[in-house]
Design a binder for this molecule. Structure first.
Ligand code: F6P
Length: 551
């Protein structure tokens, strides 16, 4: 991996000049100039995923310059470095190999002299046998009842990935009820405990480190609940707890036996871990066969990422567009707008994946960056958000690049719902790009007067003007299946990787998160004591003391 300051490259500087030339060109004028724009700016992945990026503020030159920027930053060799298992997570001195988890046909892959593919396959076998046993009602709880509920206890990457996938793939779900506890706020665990019967529930303690305060606190609370029943013996823990972690020692201390321990490895980043043992809740929810299809779909996208030329490479194109907007147009955010109810957690998931990966300010040469790194990611499902924040996108003052995502085929083909949903999807990207001018509004107004629909010239038409020119990517997915979802997730993983490489930052650590954790630890020891807190700034002291007085 080469550590190149992107702003010092030839093509960054070319892009700067190019930006001045095209920044005021309206998307509609790009379309007028290039009648084949859709063909020229769209990419097709196996007829399963179509990316149309023609409604962006770009022309062919923009893309060519951005591709050259990627080349100057040695993107291709960095991709190789990741897949080859080089220590590209430099600050944690380890490789980044979540992609290996979905390449399980690979015969050998050695890390520190150890053939890791054997270990990966052995965990997959364990996922398979546990899933089959529980789904087929062969796993019994401590009172002999078969399992009906699964609760995943985890946070961050040990929560959001499995949560998003199990929600997105609900049509493939079996009889098991899947729940998630992440928050340390006792409300979440209390509410879940009200819904389930402990005797027929398995808790998956999902924590890469097995030291995360939120997860271990929640897991201990649940364990205490079991022990409130005199009939529950220590040995019964194995009937109700499974650990998904790297930390065998802590798992053992918790009381979970080895047979219920599914390992993952340090080279799997937390937010990239749904493909690992952390994905057990997915396999339980949709069955092992479907879990494998999810992995296979991701593998297919990995191959596309490795083998496609940069200009035909979907993750690369999305990443370059993101850099174009945040660094040249100074946009601050990106929205993810999914037109599929099942995928209601997708933008939350991408928020962590992107912001925890690329929310960095020190470059790979240990300097503060002088340019923008990761964007703010946010979003919601369509069409609900059309009746909420789209107003600002249509008429506000902010530039908001968006990814619009929709399946062509729905799992719930009832009446004419889906065709209407599709029409909203197409309409929004059209309206955001092309807007509505005062001239067109006046023509419409006159037409309506002629047709006697309206009776006078509307002198408030200015308020209806939508300038358009909001950039969007449209992503059409054949159908949300385990396979296509796997591909879509991997697509975004690689988009984020590409951004990190070009922006010269380390995408696979998260030191900022650690600061908050440490401060919270210190504050916890202070608020347990009765004396007045004086060691922090006046605001923090004041808040802590107010809490102590009023608790
Ligand atoms: O939020 C920071 C983080 O380290 C995430 O990267 C990770 O997914 C999460 O905490 C949970 O960590 P663990 O799986 O070790 O409990």
């Amino acid at each position: 991996m080469k550590n190149i300051n992107p702003t010092k490259t030839k093509y960054w500087n070319k892009l700067k000049k190019h930006f001045i030339q095209i920044k005021d060109i309206h998307i509609k004028d790009f379309f007028k100039k290039d009648l084949d724009r859709f063909k020229n700016f769209s990419l097709n992945f196996k007829n399963l995923i179509l990316l149309d990026y023609s409604k962006n503020r770009i022309n062919k030159k923009t893309i060519s310059y951005l591709i050259n920027l990627a080349k100057e930053c040695h993107l291709k060799s960095s991709i190789q470095s990741m897949f080859n298992g080089e220590n590209i997570n430099v600050t944690e001195n380890q490789p980044v190999l979540h992609t290996l988890l979905r390449n399980f046909y690979k015969k050998n892959f050695f890390i520190n002299g150890e053939n890791i593919t054997l270990k990966i396959r052995s965990v997959l076998n364990k996922i398979k046998s546990i899933s089959n046993k529980i789904i087929n009602k062969k796993w019994k709880g401590y009172t002999g009842k078969y399992i009906k509920d699964i609760v995943n206890i985890g946070i961050g990457g040990s929560d959001l990935g499995p949560l998003m996938v199990t929600e997105s793939l609900k049509p493939y779900k079996n009889h098991l009820n899947i729940h998630f506890i992440s928050n340390i706020d006792g409300t979440q665990v209390s509410e879940i405990l009200k819904k389930i019967n402990l005797e027929s529930t398995i808790f998956l303690v999902a924590s890469k480190t097995f030291t995360t305060q939120e997860t271990i606190t929640n897991a201990k609370t649940v364990r205490d609940y079991f022990f409130k029943n005199k009939k529950f013996l220590k040995s019964d823990i194995s009937k109700h707890f499974i650990a998904l972690s790297t930390n065998e020692i802590e798992v053992k201390k918790f009381g979970i036996p080895k047979k219920n321990f599914l390992p993952l490895w340090n080279w799997v980043g937390g937010r990239y871990s749904l493909w690992s043992a952390i994905g057990l809740s997915i396999s339980l929810s949709i069955g092992y066969k479907n879990f494998l299809l999810l992995l296979k779909g991701a593998r297919a996208m990995d191959k596309h990422f490795i083998n496609s030329p940069l200009k035909k490479n979907i993750p690369v194109i999305l990443s370059l567009l993101s850099i174009w907007y945040s660094n040249f147009f100074n946009s601050e955010t990106e929205t993810i707008l999914v037109y599929d109810q099942y995928m209601h957690k997708f933008s939350d998931y991408l928020q962590q994946l992107n912001m925890e990966s690329n929310g960095k300010q020190i470059d790979r040469n240990k300097n503060f960056v002088t340019y923008q790194t990761g964007p703010i990611i946010w979003g919601e499902i369509g069409t609900n958000s059309q009746h909420s924040f789209y107003q600002l996108m249509h008429q506000g003052t902010k530039l908001i690049p968006s990814d619009f995502i929709i399946p062509i085929k729905t799992h719930n083909n009832i009446n004419n719902h889906h065709i209407k949903l599709m029409s909203h999807f197409f309409a929004q990207t059209q309206a955001l790009a092309f807007g509505k001018s005062l001239k067109d509004l006046k023509i419409d107004n006159l037409k309506k007067i002629n047709q006697k629909i309206e009776n006078k010239i509307n002198d408030n038409l200015i308020y209806k003007v939508c300038l358009g020119n909001q950039p969007t990517n449209s992503i059409l997915i054949n159908k949300i299946t385990p396979y296509t979802l796997g591909s879509l997730i991997a697509l975004y993983e690689h988009k984020i990787f590409t951004q990190g490489i070009i922006l010269n930052i380390f995408s696979f650590d998260q030191w900022g998160v650690e600061l908050g954790k440490n401060v919270a630890k210190n504050i916890l020891s202070i608020i347990k004591k009765n004396n007045k807190c004086t060691i922090y700034d006046s605001s923090t002291n004041g808040l802590i003391n107010f809490y102590k007085k009023n608790k």
